[in-house]
Design a protein around this ligand. Structure first.
Ligand SMILES: CC(C)(COP(=O)(O)OP(=O)(O)OC[C@H]1O[C@@H](n2cnc3c(N)ncnc32)[C@H](O)[C@@H]1OP(=O)(O)O)[C@@H](O)C(=O)NCCC(=O)NCCS
Length: 273
């Protein structure tokens, strides 16, 4: 059942554009017809396509595609915010990744996007108290995509994880809206703290490749963390930090989210907070 309780579903320009792109891709490369039909054109809405992709990517001898698809369909049907976040993620990747030229690419080819959507389903399971299934999803995402996000972590919308090798995000980490990260980023503990032990990343932060952000520290909104940095202390908003250990090396501007992203981040269904 497609949810009709958010305005974004009533005029779903993302899904409309994605299906147009899919038809054009099949016309240009008929050998991809089967894949693109099964992943996009066969479905009535993005939620169905996301459930299919989740199942086909994470199925294993011990957990069938059919069961995984049921899990994802239940998640998307019960929490409209999941697919709204997916739409914001598609726009984020399209706007911030210079290698992304169509909405179709994240859905079909980008493992950072696939891993993020699977995390969102795992986090939904976690919030339902279904911890073991959530851990199973975390394990399969880690095995398939090399992205290890604890299902208890809190992650906002409009997230881009570029390349997405070797990403680790710990249980008590918080990641705001419109955050971008490159490959080999760790949001981890120092090993010296228990309980609330992971970083809190503000909105609009860029985390460069290989950066390690460790401990229950805050990275202020719109800050940039240079590639290869090890961040061990709070980062003020709108600043650039670099080095090991990272130090403030400059100021960072806040780029405005596009109108498209602004609308997506702002939209809530009537049953949402
Ligand atoms: C930090 C970054 C965002 C640039 O931010 P910026 O505010 O424009 O910073 P600048 O380029 O002006 O550099 C400021 C200072 O930090 C230094 N610096 C920049 N990046 C650094 C890094 N990764 N490690 C150490 N020092 C770095 C610069 O040399 C400069 O030092 P100086 O003032 O002594 O000359 C960029 O360098 C970066 O690391 N981006 C991540 C890109 C990435 O991960 N790419 C992977 C693609 S696959």
């Amino acid at each position: 059942m497609v949810h009709a309780n958010t305005s974004v579903h009533q005029v779903d320009f993302i899904w409309d554009r994605l299906t147009d792109e899919a038809r054009a891709a099949v016309a240009a490369e008929p050998l991809l017809g089967g894949t693109i039909h099964a992943s996009v054109l066969h479905h009535p809405a993005l939620e169905h396509a996301l459930s299919y992709r989740f199942a086909v990517k994470l199925a294993a001898p011990e957990m069938s595609e059919q069961i995984l698809r049921e899990i994802a369909s239940e998640a998307y049907a019960s929490d409209a915010d999941l697919a709204l976040a997916a739409r914001a993620d598609i726009v984020a990747v399209f706007e911030r990744d210079p290698a992304c030229h169509r909405f179709l690419q994240p859905l079909l080819y980008f493992k950072g996007f696939g891993a993020m959507q699977a995390y969102r389903v795992g986090n939904w399971l976690w919030r339902q108290g279904r911890a073991d299934l959530a851990y199973y999803v975390q394990m399969r995402v880690s095995e398939r995509f090399g992205v290890d996000i604890h299902p208890g972590a809190t992650v906002g919308r409009g997230i881009m994880i570029d390349h997405a090798h070797s990403i680790v995000i710990g249980e008590t980490a918080v990641v705001g809206d419109n955050v971008s990260m490159l490959h080999s980023v760790t949001l981890g503990g120092t090993g010296k703290e228990d309980d609330d032990r992971h970083p809190k990343i503000g909105d609009g932060v860029l985390i460069g490749a290989g950066a390690k952000v460790l401990g229950n520290i805050s990275v202020g909104h719109c800050s940039r963390i240079a590639a290869g940095s090890v961040v061990l202390a709070d980062v003020p908003p709108k600043s650039t930090v670099a080095g090991v250990p990272a130090k403030v090396v400059g100021e960072a501007g806040c780029s405005q989210p596009s109108i498209m992203m602004d609308q997506l981040i702002g939209v809530r269904g009537p049953d949402q907070d």
